[in-house]
Design a protein around this ligand. Structure first.
Ligand SMILES: [Zn+2]
Length: 221
């Protein structure tokens, strides 16, 4: 599925795959995702990290998920050079829990990479893909406690589920971080589908898909 409603600042292909389209358009696998906050420039090697960025036209990059949030970012560097990134954010990645170098989470680290190259966060187009949403994301108190450390935390990002345990709204938590980082809410192309709710379309690890994954991918050009 392609991303609706936002105007990329340069020619861009991007999208979120489903269990229905596992064709040859998906990226080469370059990440061993480890639920941390490493964001690295994409090369040819496979690396242990949870985010990739590139300025190379035609290099399709992506992350594989089955409940965690795939995050896509695209914006211009000084001089107009296109920059794109794909990030993998479960609750550990989103909060930075267990991060050996504190980052405030993988979205904050990804945007910091863009800023370090001279990019302005307000110029980014961005999208969160299908993930386990607040309807199904029951979590333990340690998850809420980790999220509460974030400066953008609000208590309405959690709710009480049917069993009395908390549910975390991971999309809304990441959106609060995005706005705190200066991203433009008018440039948000998020696809708010729940992986647990849509077995017809999406893999969900928590629902029992231990092997299948969907991609969030992006390519300049
Ligand atoms: Zn759901």
């Amino acid at each position: 599925m392609l991303i609706p409603g936002v105007e990329p600042p340069f020619p861009l292909s991007w999208g979120f795959s489903t269990r229905l389209d596992e064709g040859g358009d998906l990226p080469a696998r370059r990440l061993n995702q480890v639920h941390r906050c490493g964001v690295v420039e994409a090369g040819d090697a496979v690396v242990d990290a949870d985010g990739l960025w590139t300025t190379r036209p035609g290099q399709r990059i992506g992350v594989r998920v089955a409940d965690c949030v795939p995050i896509l970012l695209a914006g211009p560097l000084p001089g107009g050079t296109p920059w794109v990134a794909a990030l993998h954010a479960g609750w550990r990645g989103a909060t930075g829990f267990g991060d050996p170098e504190p980052s405030g989470g993988i979205l904050r680290r990804g945007v910091a990479r863009f800023r370090a190259l001279g990019g302005a966060p307000a110029t980014l187009v961005w999208a969160f893909g299908p993930a386990i949403l607040a309807c199904h994301f029951e979590v333990g108190p340690e998850v809420i406690e980790a999220a509460r450390q974030d400066p953008a935390w609000r208590e309405d990002l959690q709710s009480t589920g049917p069993t009395g345990k908390p549910h975390l709204d991971l999309h809304a938590f990441l959106r609060a971080q995005a706005l705190d980082l200066g991203l433009d809410p008018a440039q948000d192309g998020t696809v708010a589908l729940c992986t647990v709710c849509r077995p017809d379309l999406l893999y969900s690890y928590r629902r029992g898909d231990t092997q299948g994954r969907q991609w969030g991918w992006v390519e300049i050009g």
